[in-house]
Write a protein that binds this ligand. Structure first.
Ligand SMILES: Cc1cc2nc3c(=O)[nH]c(=O)nc-3n(C[C@H](O)[C@H](O)[C@H](O)COP(=O)(O)OP(=O)(O)OC[C@H]3O[C@@H](n4cnc5c(N)ncnc54)[C@H](O)[C@@H]3O)c2cc1C
Length: 386
């Protein structure tokens, strides 16, 4: 059903070769320990066009679809969980929103530099007091004559310290009914925002999660991204892609962990035979491989629909609620097969577990995905496309 075209196979192969050569264990460790952005690596990846794969050629992208982005993400995260995620996402969470809803002026000012690796476009939705619930926001944009004034705080914002611009969701009409019908996206220069790096965290240590303070930030009417009071709905379009990417990232992380465990099980000699001869270990490997293949089919299906402009929110939510959870289990089993070594950083498996854990929260938590699936299937009688 999802046989890759020859071109897709060669893109996947090129991504694998690049990642295997460049995403070294030493660099991953260096970036993790120093909580450092892998700038040189990102530069090399841009030279080969990987981070900009799905953006139109006229703005400096490669003109492929979201499906090819998923293939690259899987390969990059297979080679290294932290580096893979950061390099694949180097254009930033807000870049697809600018591509779809941006004016020509906004695209020239923010998207073109982002695709040239001059700084990403962050996406700021989450707030300290509201978290998952973005149906009402404290961050407000108030119109004063022909200008808008933004005030508020956004939290856990990925990579805002290396961004040129930030897409921020604001409450523009607090009295709207429903409240999310009074929200608008603005595209703001990061220089106008106070950006502070966030607290230490479990994984993805090289990725900074920032807190953004908007203190009377003045923007123009032309800085509205998309339509006034339509920002919530525009954001939902982005969420569909983020959910599928959560699947692709953890899929790649788990494939890498499985491969490490398989090699180890074949080489490690215990009780005068390779570990891979024991049925208990064979069944673990068999179950891991099964979960990986099923996760791949589901992720590719969702990505294929999205790439064709037929993205299905219920199915994407299924992928996001299921794939990261099962892939975390695969990585956990890989740690078990490696024994004490699996618990050590040098094995390159424990980091995968810590990094993959983020995706039951980030980009649509497991619970919110279940809510989406239930809403579509139970309340709307929605049918998942075959
Ligand atoms: C690595 C990482 C990167 C991130 N990057 C960004 C970013 O770039 N931009 C951005 O805007 N945000 C980002 N986030 C924030 C992320 O989107 C939020 O963490 C997420 O939306 C959950 O919000 P919260 O952490 O405040 O949890 P809360 O909203 O407080 O939720 C707590 C728990 O309750 C559950 N819950 C909430 N509501 C319901 C419900 N109705 N039914 C059942 N369970 C419910 C949640 O699923 C969660 O498990 C990032 C987070 C992480 C971890």
């Amino acid at each position: 059903m999802f046989e890759l075209t020859e071109e897709q196979k060669s893109i996947k192969k090129a991504a694998r070769e690049f990642a295997e050569k460049e995403f070294t264990k030493e660099l991953a460790l260096e970036c993790e320990e120093g909580e450092e952005y892998p700038a040189d690596l990102v530069k090399k990846a841009f030279q080969l066009g990987f981070p900009s794969i799905e953006f139109p050629a006229e703005y400096g992208g490669q003109g492929y679809t979201f499906f090819e982005k998923v293939l690259i993400t899987e390969e990059f995260c297979r080679a290294s969980s932290t580096l893979g995620m950061m390099v694949a996402e180097a254009c930033g969470l807000g870049a697809p929103l600018v591509e779809v809803f941006g004016s020509e002026e906004q695209k020239k000012r923010y998207l073109v530099p982002a695709l040239r690796n001059e700084g990403s476009i962050a996406g700021a939705f989450t707030e300290p007091a509201h978290g998952t619930d973005i149906t009402f926001l404290d961050t407000s944009a108030v119109k004063e004559r022909d200008r808008w004034v933004i005030n508020g705080t956004k939290t856990f914002i990925s990579g805002a310290d290396v961004a040129v611009g930030v897409v921020v969701l604001c409450q523009t009409n607090p009295k709207a009914d429903p409240t999310y019908g009074g929200q608008t996206l603005f595209l703001v220069d990061v220089k106008d925002v106070e950006v502070s790096k966030f607290r230490p965290k479990l994984g993805l240590k090289a990725l900074s999660l920032c807190e953004l303070k908007f203190d009377n930030v003045v923007v123009d009417e032309k800085d509205i991204l998309g339509q006034l009071n339509n920002g919530f709905y525009e954001t939902l379009l982005l969420f569909n892609q983020i959910r599928i990417l959560g699947g692709a990232r953890t899929l790649g992380m788990a494939i890498g962990a499985y491969e490490i465990a398989l090699k180890y099980a074949k080489e490690r000699q215990l009780f005068r035979r390779p570990l891979a001869r024991f049925q208990g270990i064979r069944w673990m490997l068999a179950k891991m491989a099964t979960e990986i293949e099923l996760a791949r089919i589901a992720t590719y299906k969702a990505a294929h629909l999205e790439g064709q402009g037929k993205g299905d929110p219920a199915f994407s939510a299924m992928v996001k609620s299921w794939v990261p959870e099962r892939m975390l289990n695969v990585i956990n089993e890989a740690i078990q097969i490696l024994g004490g070594l699996g618990y050590m950083t040098e094995s390159d498996v424990e980091r995968r577990w810590r990094d993959a854990r983020a995706f039951q929260l980030a980009g649509g938590s497991r619970e919110m995905c279940w809510n989406t699936i239930a809403r579509y299937l139970i309340d709307r009688d929605h049918k998942i496309p075959i």
